[in-house]
Design a protein around this ligand. Structure first.
Ligand code: DLL
Length: 429
């Protein structure tokens, strides 16, 4: 537990202001990219005195990060960098984060908070099934586990049979991996004749990909655990930006390190609390590759009411999607998570699905492929068709679009050990 999570709003504002002023001075002095950006925006370090002055500063985008690839945002000599991570980046060059000792310490601290927020202690055995490597999930959880002196099993992603053996042999009490992989593990356990609820697991910390409340319910039921949503991104630090407490009512942002704003993605205008928009983050304490007003492309809103857990930090709602993941189907904005919510209301279908978008005669078509349970698979064709039409009806009433729903055989949607692939957009090909 850190006292920074319980500061009064005034004390926090003073701390954030002091940190921002120092950050801007460092960036101006050491990072030519930011000096030029500030000149272009007609702002100098002297104009930034309080956190409220942040809006005067320019945004940083993913494209900016790519243009200065690999180390153009470095604010210290390379000799001070102790570790480098990169996001896989499905398109274009990866984005990187270079950590000084100071940054690695911050990472351990915020990930320690993440684990403690959900209830984990030094007595827990953390089976860390996020990938170790350039991806930030594995080592982020690892440093957090060390921070709280828990036992960490660095098994990394994949190797499902071994995951199951370790869950049983070591009695792991915490599972960390992507939400989709946790469900795959549950399915694999049942195939081996094991009941996933019989493991010793108490908590799971899931993130790195979009998921829904319905999926949380599935995971909690399968393993008999509390499943927490955790958020972060490579450009900022990796996991550790925000996470849920036991209340599971939005993710507390570690805003003494990562200052959040919500903007209108079209105009860049800062929006008031409670309004949905693009999350923008400034890293006010990092020293290796600090970043100013980073446009995450993630869509959420901020929750300022007091949390029953007592922490005073602002919370962010579970992500609604990404500005670049949003499908526009015949003019209607659709996020995969909205479809997931509808699908998981149905029994006899599995939480494994894919959205396939295509364009025919200048019109967009959305097909939702979803796996049925073994049980349903042996049902009559007429029954299956009825269920398909029913799901189509629910999607139409929830989202206002027509999607063709196709139930597919069990185990036909590819499983992933990391982030699940939910969208196949053939329009771009
Ligand atoms: O996914 C960091 C991470 C690792 C977070 C482990 C949580 C757990 P990137 O690979 O750079 O970093 O991907 C970051 O993933 O901008 C979001 O779009 C998405 N994302 C991360 N956490 C969540 C979440 C890691 N809880 C991108 N819910 C972000 C929905 C998430 N999407």
């Amino acid at each position: 537990m850190s006292e920074q999570e319980y500061l009064s709003r005034d004390a926090l504002r003073a701390l954030q202001s002091e940190r921002l002023v120092r950050l801007v001075a460092r960036l101006y002095q050491h990072v030519p990219f930011y000096r030029e950006r500030m000149h272009a925006a007609g702002v100098s370090p002297a104009d930034i005195r309080w956190i409220e002055d942040l809006h005067k500063l320019p945004f940083t985008t993913k494209d900016d990060m790519r243009q200065v690839y690999p180390l153009g945002l470095l604010a210290v000599p390379l000799t001070e960098i102790e570790e480098i991570h990169a996001s896989s980046g499905t398109t274009g060059k990866p984005v990187i984060d270079a950590y000084t000792r100071n940054d690695l310490d911050i990472w351990g601290e915020v990930m320690g908070r993440t684990l403690e927020m959900g209830g984990a202690t030094s007595a827990d055995i953390i089976q860390n099934a996020y990938g170790y490597g350039l991806f930030t999930g594995g080592l982020g959880v690892h440093y957090g586990a060390h921070n709280i002196h828990a036992t960490v099993i660095p098994i990394s992603g994949g190797n499902t049979k071994r995951q199951l053996a370790i869950l049983q042999d070591f009695g792991s009490t915490v599972l960390t991996c992507t939400p989709s992989y946790s469900l795959y593990l549950a399915e694999a356990a049942r195939e081996e004749g094991l009941d996933p609820a019989s493991f010793k697991l108490k908590y799971g910390y899931f993130g790195a990909e979009p998921w829904s409340e319905a999926m949380r319910a599935e995971i909690e039921k399968n393993f008999g655990i509390k499943a927490y949503d955790i958020y972060g991104l490579t450009e900022i630090i990796g996991p550790g930006v925000a996470s849920e407490c036991v209340e599971q009512a939005g993710m507390h942002i570690n805003e003494d390190h990562f200052y959040p704003e919500i903007i209108n993605p079209e105009t860049g205008e800062v929006l008031p609390d409670g309004e949905k928009g693009e999350l923008v983050i400034t890293t006010i304490t990092k020293t290796g590759t600090p970043i100013l007003r980073y446009r995450t492309r993630d869509i959420t809103f901020l929750i300022r009411d007091k949390c029953a857990c007592g922490r005073t930090t602002v919370r962010m709602h579970r992500l609604f999607g990404r500005t670049d993941d949003m499908l526009i189907i015949r003019g209607v904005n659709v996020f995969p998570s909205q479809i997931e919510e509808v699908l998981l209301r149905f029994e006899k279908i599995e939480p494994h699905y894919q959205l396939i978008v295509d364009r025919k005669d200048h019109l967009d078509n959305l097909e939702v492929q979803i796996e049925m349970t073994q049980d349903l698979f042996s049902d009559e064709v007429r029954n299956l068709e009825q269920i398909e039409r029913k799901i189509e009806g629910e999607i139409a009433s929830a989202l206002g679009i027509h999607a063709r729903v196709r139930l597919v055989e069990p185990k036909t949607i590819p499983r992933s050990e990391g982030k699940a692939v939910r969208i196949i957009d053939k329009r771009k090909i």
